[in-house]
Design a protein around this ligand. Structure first.
Ligand SMILES: Nc1ncnc2c1ncn2[C@@H]1O[C@H](COP(=O)(O)OP(=O)(O)O)[C@@H](O)[C@H]1O
Ligand SMILES: [Mg+2]
Length: 362
């Protein structure tokens, strides 16, 4: 059943009841897009997008009831969820990184696991182990916390590189192999990792190859004084997280992802994304440019960003909005640029300003 043919279904689902003993993760699933001819898809897209906007709006409102004054961070987090990506939240302690990850995870009625990364965490603490069952006289697989729809990996740069890479492999492959057996991870599957800035003590910075797996990196930034005051009012007593109940099902998210996949990206916009990425590879202030994976992530994220605006096609503006969060964390500045304190974010922002934008038209 393609989303185009049951466009109403996810729009009409009531928000799920507060989380109970419902086993998350399994069940539902898309039946694939068999009836999904391009004409039909296009016809239904307006209705699908309205439904997407409604469900996404509910999730956004739920997260924003907890995270004060950070609409762009919340929108980016939603974008990454709908673009089937993974999110890295990097900032100083105490600015709501964990809170954002938990709030997003809690807004969707799906399986959620949180892993606090520490230096002694082992790869099998992430993936799971097979253990010998005396009674059954056979090995049994005990799935690790990565077997969830949303995995919150907190303070990922406190774990050893080996453990980090166990998580990052699962992220890329969406499957886990333990003792020669491969287990698939159920969609939606999103890892939200938080980390403190690399300069802070006691950390193992994520290598570039691993940063590249994250669709986007966001930082929270301090709230402005008004938002901080709101926070004091809302968070003074009990945590507002405790009052947050799911507002969408995992199957809704799968439907939204399917709508996003069908978003139209004109050849000129695709070319623009490639031009931006290529420019990072040639830039005199960068010693490592963005990968082809980055181009893929940029276009995927732009599809989701456009869908959140209820638009069924991507504009160069979408690519521009996402260029810094999607590209900057993958880039390495040259030694000279570092001395001059030029950050990859600034380099990408300059490129966005400088590079010619394709003329409008789908
Ligand atoms: N923008 C914000 N909106 C709401 N609460 C915030 C915000 N920033 C920080 N907080 C509060 O600060 C506390 C610490 O946030 P946390 O997510 O644990 O920080 P981090 O993971 O960044 O170290 C949270 O419990 C939350 O109440
Ligand atoms: Mg934290």
């Amino acid at each position: 059943m393609a989303v185009g043919t049951h466009g109403e279904s996810f729009m009409e689902t009531d928000p799920p009841a507060p989380r109970s003993a419902r086993p998350g993760g399994a069940g539902g699933g898309l039946d694939g897009g068999a009836a999904n001819g391009s004409a039909g898809a296009r016809e239904g897209s307006g209705r699908d997008l309205a439904g997407l906007a409604r469900v996404a709006g509910r999730i956004r409102d739920a997260v924003e009831s907890v995270i004060e004054g950070k609409p762009k961070a919340v929108r980016l987090a939603l974008t990454v969820l709908l673009a089937e990506g993974h999110l890295l939240i990097e900032d100083v302690p105490g600015v709501g990184k964990t809170m954002l990850a938990k709030a997003l995870a809690r807004s969707v009625d799906c399986s959620v696991r949180r892993v606090q990364f520490t230096p002694d965490l082992l790869p099998s603490d992430i993936t799971g182990v097979s253990a010998y069952n005396q009674e059954l006289r056979e090995f049994e697989f005990k799935p690790g916390p990565v077997f969830a729809n949303i995995v919150v990996g907190d303070e990922i740069n406190r774990a050893s590189p080996k453990t980090q890479s166990a998580l990052l492999e699962c992220m890329e492959e969406r499957q886990v192999t333990v003792d020669g057996t491969t287990y698939a991870l159920e969609p939606p599957f999103m890892v939200i990792s938080t980390q403190n800035p690399v300069e802070m003590e006691g950390t193992y910075p994520l290598p570039e190859a691993q940063r590249d797996r994250f669709t986007a990196r966001i930082s929270m930034g301090y709230p402005d004084p008004a938002a901080e005051l709101e926070m004091l009012d809302a968070h003074g007593g009990s945590s507002p997280l405790d009052r947050l109940t799911p507002v969408a099902h995992a199957s809704d998210v799968r439907d939204l992802i399917e709508v996003v996949r069908r978003q139209h990206v004109a050849a000129s916009v695709r070319q623009y994304a490639i031009d931006l990425v290529t420019a990072t590879r040639k830039h005199p202030e960068l010693r490592l440019g963005a990968s082809p994976r980055a181009t893929l992530h940029l276009v995927r994220a732009a599809r989701a960003w456009a869908a959140l605006d209820e638009r069924d096609y991507v504009l160069p503006d979408d690519v521009q909005e996402l260029a810094v969060p999607v590209l900057a964390h993958r880039l390495l500045p040259t030694a000279e640029a570092q001395v001059e304190r030029r950050r990859p974010e600034q380099v990408v922002a300059d490129l966005v300003r400088r590079l010619p934008v394709p003329s409008p038209g789908k």
